[in-house]
Design a binder for this molecule. Structure first.
Ligand code: PSU
Length: 300
């Protein structure tokens, strides 16, 4: 039977009922280059502590689900070139075979739920890929939001995706998509996707309250909180759009598919923006971590 391994800090936080925010690890292994990936992970943990909550970075190492990583574990994971990218489908296989892997939004939600953690911060969720009408490439993150009761704070879905179709699928699945403090659905590196979010809330307390109402109603799924990147850090969508098109064309020409698509696109956009997309990505994750900490405090 697989158990969860907590750091001493998280064991204590659980015993004392302190607010905890889950963090994923695919963003570390597949979303950002070394050494910025490790620096980002540590900075985001500091941001959560400064906001009055305890961070719980989640990963699978040597067949164990780790709830919270030591510095040595983070250091190792951030430099593991062949870490698996674990979603719902592969989590159990990785555990049963003693592998090391990073958890996506979907797998992190599963682990957070097992650990009793109700709030989770990430960068941007996966969604419906462009051309999905032919490729059928739809992230398992969407299904997970429909069935696992964790509130996920993200800067919307990644702008490399088909955002209108992503919203449609989330609606079909009954996932509340709540823009924080604005009407527009944010688009990861940019504040406005040009789409209006289905729902809007203006405070962490309201978001925590609707999480609790869902629990009382027995609704199984999570909430997606779409938190726009700060104004000072955003990249204008008009500047990004042609670069995203270039990266998408390259992915298609090279036959990149399934789990490799998102990491490929993020890496190419990093190169095509001379690193500006990475700086924006780090800023938006930090912003999401701060809001998630506020929500966790309101829930505690
Ligand atoms: N947010 C980021 N960078 C990332 C991710 C999120 O800023 O790399 C990861 C998450 O782990 C998410 C995954 O689950 O991207 C989506 O992958 P896919 O499109 O293959 O489902």
């Amino acid at each position: 039977m697989t158990s969860l391994t907590y750091t001493p800090e998280l064991q204590e936080a659980r015993a004392n009922g302190q607010p905890i925010v889950a963090l994923e690890s695919t963003i570390i292994t597949h979303g950002m280059p070394w050494p910025q990936n490790k620096e980002m992970a540590q900075q985001v943990e500091r941001d959560i502590r400064a906001a009055g909550a305890i961070p719980a970075t989640i990963a699978v190492m040597n067949g164990e689900i780790l709830i919270g990583l030591s510095e040595a574990q983070l250091d190792r994971l951030a430099q593991t070139q062949d870490a698996l990218k674990l979603s719902r489908a592969d989590l159990a296989v990785a555990l049963a075979t003693g592998r090391t892997g990073a958890t996506t939004v979907a797998a992190t939600m599963i682990c957070a739920r097992l650990a009793g953690i109700e709030v989770f911060a990430t960068g941007g969720i996966g969604g419906v890929h462009r051309g999905a009408e032919l490729s059928f490439d739809i992230s398992a993150d969407l299904q997970e939001l429909a069935q696992t009761r964790v509130t996920v704070v993200a800067a919307g879905a990644k702008a490399i995706l088909d955002l209108p179709k992503t919203l449609e699928v989330l609606e079909t699945l009954g996932v509340p998509v709540i823009a924080y403090g604005q009407d527009a659905l944010p688009a990861f590196w940019s504040r406005d996707s040009g789409l209006t979010a289905p729902l809007r809330m203006d405070s962490a307390a309201q978001i925590a309250a609707s999480h609790q109402v869902r629990t009382r109603l027995g609704l199984p799924g999570g909430q997606l909180v779409a938190n726009a990147i700060p104004v000072a850090d955003e990249l204008p969508y008009a500047m990004l759009a042609p670069l995203i098109d270039t990266a998408l064309r390259e992915a298609q020409a090279q036959g990149i598919s399934a789990k490799d698509v998102t990491p490929f696109l993020l890496r190419r956009i990093f190169e095509l923006t001379d690193g500006a997309s990475l700086a924006a990505n780090i800023a938006l994750v930090r912003n999401n971590a701060r809001l998630a900490a506020e929500i966790a405090r309101a829930l505690a």
